[in-house]
Design a protein around this ligand. Structure first.
Ligand code: HEM
Length: 448
């Protein structure tokens, strides 16, 4: 163990360790035959990867890890009718899509409705010849579960190649800021928020709902398939490249500057709040300093200033830090998504138009969907007057914020009052809310 009081051999691995994966396949299934599914799942339990396994020495790790999650209709198909205490989970994401700001017309058919009963997440950091470990595990699932399930959809996600590893498709380093979990995380990095274990795990201290006892040490997973329009993003930031009298910038640098202000971080991960005018790759790569800021600089007047970071920036909207008076730990969640789809080609770049589907297989874990993912999306990213009590209206978050008009303010550092009408570069094309049970809940309740 790592000294935690949490039973880490019983908690599925992706939740707390939040792996950056070289490869990750999301295998969405429908249950045809509950009885034979339960028998198969019982035999499959030893293959499900726990947190303890992921923390064990590399030499004793399996070739790939597997986690399993169930939608509300999936649990019902298995005869589990308990109310898990989360209304969004109970209704499913499709029923919530318009509340999230999605257009149902862009949702792909496998996700439209409640047909998905569960998902296997299969990931690895080990690149075998032909990247075959994940497909080997997928074949294992297909043979173990046979006709008890049908594949509804499959997303083969992977880290981007070479120097872009760890960066999402627009080019920005991801996976920097996740909360530390009290009683589990062995280190707390400078600037990192510590949340009670119950903000992430159901049934633990800090979980705000009453739930059946068997849900202890599970979590809710918000899964989103988020398509990213990369050539369009690149072209728009070039066309709108910004300047600042304090530095001399080429047009490309001005485009990178605008992109950095949309995210609140440069492509290297360096926060604009610390280095507002130029990227600083050394800072971006340093976990001891790349998250150590709160938008206030120990000077409360700067909290109303956008010269360093726009109020509307992705990381400011989704984690407002000192913009809110309280620490706001309840609205944190652990992100564990992986990019999917090919690199943008040169012909897509020259036509400034996406020809292939690429984006983010977005995953966020929390004990209450309405406090985590859903709160960040609806109450923060989509809400024009958030963060509150600013002298100007921040506008919507320009990357994932949804709404009309698509106006984000503060992107121009010289005149932050200029409103930018930002095209939609991230298109939600599906998703579902899942429950990720503990391993004992699988053996004692779900397969019982
Ligand atoms: C942080 C990209 C969708 C919530 C970040 C970062 C990047 C990024 C580059 C900064 C790196 C880091 O702090 O780890 C993206 C992209 C998305 C996407 C490309 C869609 C394609 C979302 C969505 C949400 C979200 C839908 C929630 C509604 C967050 C949060 C942080 C974050 C909470 C950490 C903020 C902080 O603590 O400073 N994202 N993201 N992201 N994102 Fe996203």
């Amino acid at each position: 163990t790592n000294g935690t009081f949490l039973p880490i051999q019983n908690i599925q691995g992706d939740i707390l360790v939040g792996m950056k994966k070289q490869l990750e396949t999301f295998y969405f299934f429908h249950i045809n035959d509950p009885a034979s599914f339960k028998t198969a799942l019982n035999s499959y339990v030893p293959t499900i990867t726990s947190t303890a396994t992921l923390l064990s020495p590399a030499s004793s790790q399996p070739l790939a890890f597997v986690n399993i999650a169930f939608s509300s209709t999936g649990l019902q198909a298995l005869g589990i009718t308990d109310d898990l205490g989360d209304s969004q989970f109970s209704s499913g994401m499709y029923a919530d899509a318009t509340n999230l700001g999605d257009s149902l017309s862009t949702w792909e058919s496998p996700f439209a409705g409640t047909n998905i009963h569960g998902a296997f997440l299969i990931g690895t950091d080990k690149l075998a010849p032909q990247n075959s470990y994940v497909s080997f595990y997928v074949s294992g699932i297909v043979s173990t579960f046979g006709s008890s399930i049908t594949e509804v959809d499959r997303i083969d996600a992977s880290a981007r190649p070479g120097d872009e590893a760890g960066h999402e498709h627009f080019g920005f380093l991801d996976g920097i800021s996740n909360p530390a979990v009290a009683g589990f995380s062995t280190t707390v990095l400078p600037g990192q928020t510590v949340v009670p274990s119950g903000t992430i795990l159901t049934g633990r201290l800090g979980d705000v709902a009453l739930r059946p006892s068997w849900t202890l040490d599970g979590t809710f997973m918000a899964f989103r398939k988020l398509q990213q329009k990369v050539p369009e993003f690149d072209a728009w930031t070039l066309e709108n490249a910004i300047q600042n009298p304090e530095v001399t910038l080429t047009v490309q640098q001005g485009a990178d500057y605008l992109g950095a202000r949309m995210f609140g971080r440069w492509k290297s991960g360096a926060p604009t709040d610390i280095t507002p005018l130029v990227d600083d790759p050394t800072l971006g790569a340093d976990p001891q300093s790349n998250n150590n800021f709160d938008f206030a600089h120990a000077n409360s007047s700067l909290i109303s200033d956008q010269s360093r970071c726009p109020f509307s920036a992705h990381i400011r909207k989704t984690n407002p830090r000192a913009d809110l008076a309280d620490a706001n730990t309840i609205n944190h969640a652990i992100r564990a998504g992986t990019p999917y789809g090919p690199e943008a080609s040169s012909s897509e770049a020259s036509s400034k138009t996406s020809a292939q589907d690429r984006g983010m297989a977005f995953v966020e874990y929390q004990s209450t969907i309405g406090n985590g993912f859903r709160f960040q999306q609806i109450n923060w990213a989509n809400t024009a007057n958030f963060p509150p009590l600013k002298t100007v209206t921040p506008g919507i978050e320009p990357i994932v914020g949804q709404g009309s008009p698509r106006t984000a303010d503060g992107l121009n550092p010289v005149d932050p009052s200029v409103g930018y009408t930002v095209p939609q570069f991230v298109i939600p094309t599906g998703g579902e809310y899942f429950f990720v049970p503990s391993i004992s809940a699988i053996t004692d309740v779900i397969t019982a």
